[in-house]
Design a protein around this ligand. Structure first.
Ligand code: ATP
Ligand code: MG
Length: 511
């Protein structure tokens, strides 16, 4: 847990108490702690940038791979197994430079300037979604591993809750959470809660994979910018080890405000709304540091398997008044692949997550993965469901103009199905013991059951069954309760619900 300048907050609080005093220094990593280093190479191996020298067990789940720094190349002349602190030399390289052969000592810790992206071998197209455990995201607007997304939303629409829930449940190996200029108690919440929650993939406490960078609203404004860069650099560092890393920033707007303030004091020419003219470039540079890559130190040189890693960046944006036309939202939207538009009306009606399904988008093509890994008809189902929600918007407009009597019975049935989709699928409480995390397979079965019900409703209504009778089927309440089904039995239960749907409609001759 760090502040914006990567000073460990625990150490700072021991040094200066609750508030950070001016000019305190502290090493980001404990300098006296010994780590067991196990080499994976022998003396004589030739190594290049990013080659793995060995590993340290950072926790049960993270193997901290010790790599050759990105600018070095040579032959290993010494390498030791043993217990070392971060500055001890674990290996010595012999490098050939312009001024002859020199020896370079390699310690466990590395330094890197935060504004400079860490290099990689090649950039790869994102292929796999970052499964978030939130149905509307996974089913309709997924973000790829190595992609980028923003969550813009007005005051109290659920940016922080969404970011926290992504930090908890997204299937990343390492999570870097940057609290940038927001409330301190939100960081405290994370700190108190994460050690008690289990990562659904590994069973280890969530804290074991999380790096927190707190630059809360009472900390210096100039350090907000540093906190963003520190976060992304730590994310890249773990990416280079071959991990899928998720970086979250709440809120990037506070960083934008810091840029505006600093630029003002430097008396630079202001751009739109007083933001500096280079705002768009800064944002693009930052989001472009996300990506899925083949890491340096791959197989060519020494038969070591190629490592692949990714950094996914998700930034919250707080547009004043929830107006998405302001510069931070517009400039971020242009460079990211996924846009989750939080809607004030939805949040006021307590429809959470308040992600608006008509304004949000995802540009990643992940259909192949879903078809292979979740279900062959995933894509057809989600597309049809989204079309149904779209149709609801059109029909509701008609109702507002000319009243509900203008609708045909089948159209009223569409409204009923869309409502079922909204209430029983899209609404998902981040605070419910079971429903806060929904694996993609469960989301699929829920969607399948609802769409199945929808199709049967349409056939029944077309053959003259009144909609009222359909809506009174007892299985409607079973569908509403699907989200609360325990995860390990969800699939069997939902298949049972679908059996009930089938038998419920059978009496009207619909099958
Ligand atoms: N997914 C969710 N499930 C349940 N409740 C939610 C969810 N998202 C938001 N809420 C409710 O909305 C409230 C406000 O959410 P949150 O603090 O995330 O808003 P915010 O957009 O971060 O606001 P601010 O602009 O003040 O930072 C929460 O306290 C919670 O009651
Ligand atoms: Mg917030």
């Amino acid at each position: 847990m760090y502040d914006g300048l990567q000073r460990p907050l625990e150490v700072l609080s021991r040094k200066t108490g609750e508030f950070i005093a001016r000019g305190v220094q502290a090493s980001p990593l404990p300098e006296d702690k010994l780590w067991r280093f196990v080499p994976s190479l022998e003396v004589g191996s030739s190594v290049g940038p990013g080659s793995q020298l060995g590993a340290v067990a950072e926790s049960h789940i993270i193997e901290h791979r010790i790599l050759v720094p990105p600018n070095l190349k040579g032959r290993v002349v010494e390498i030791h197994e043993g217990d070392f602190n971060i500055h001890d030399t674990v290996a010595v390289l012999e490098t050939r430079g312009e001024d002859g052969i020199s020896r370079v000592e390699i310690p466990l810790a590395q330094r890197w300037p935060v504004r400079q992206p860490r290099p990689y071998q090649t950039r790869l197209a994102p292929r796999e979604p970052l499964i978030s455990g939130t149905r509307i995201i996974d089913a309709f607007f997924p973000v790829a591993k190595g992609g980028s997304a923003i969550i813009p939303g007005g005051f109290g629409t659920g940016k922080t809750v969404t970011e926290h829930s992504l930090a908890r449940w997204a299937d990343a190996d390492v999570v870097v959470y940057v609290g940038c200029g927001e409330r301190g108690n939100e960081m405290t919440e994370v700190l108190e809660e994460f050690p008690t929650l289990e990562d659904p993939r590994t069973g280890a406490p969530l804290m074991k994979r999380t790096v927190l960078i707190a630059n809360t609203s009472n900390m210096p404004v100039a350090a907000r910018e540093a906190s963003i860069y520190t976060g992304i650099t730590i994310a890249e560092y773990y990416r280079d080890m071959g991990y899928d890393v998720l970086m979250l920033a709440d809120s990037t707007s506070r960083w934008g405000e810091a840029l505006r303030e600093i630029s003002g004091r430097l008396e630079e020419m202001p751009g739109e709304e007083g933001y500096p003219a280079y705002l768009a470039a800064r944002l693009a540079e930052f989001y472009e540091r996300s990506g899925r890559v083949a890491c340096l130190g791959g197989s060519q040189e020494n038969g070591v398997p190629q490592r692949y890693g990714s950094v996914t960046v998700i930034g919250a944006v707080s547009p004043p008044g929830g107006d998405f036309s302001e510069p931070m939202t517009q400039n971020s939207m242009r460079v990211v692949g996924t846009f989750w538009a939080l809607d004030y009306d939805l949040s006021r009606r307590r429809h959470f997550p308040a992600i608006n399904w008509t304004r949000s988008f995802s540009l990643y093509d992940l259909r192949e993965w879903y078809r292979g890994r979740v279900a062959p008809d995933w894509d057809d189902l989600t597309r049809e469901a989204l079309a149904l929600l779209q149709r609801e918007v059109e029909l509701l407009e008609i109702v507002q103009l000319v009243g509900p009597d203008a609708l045909a019975e089948t159209e009223r049935a569409v409204l009923a199905s869309a409502r079922m989709l909204r209430e029983d699928l899209l609404q998902q409480s981040a605070y419910h013991g079971v429903d806060r995390y929904c694996p993609a397979s469960k989301a699929y079965w829920m969607l399948k059951a609802i769409m199945d019900f929808h199709h049967r409703t349409q056939s029944a209504v077309q053959s003259g069954v009144p909609l009222q009778k359909v809506s009174a089927l007892p299985t409607v309440t079973e569908i509403a309760r699907m989200k609360e089904l325990p995860l390990d039995e969800a699939e069997t239960h939902i298949k049972m619900v679908m059996d009930h749907v089938r038998s419920g409609f059978a009496e009207w001759g619909v099958n």
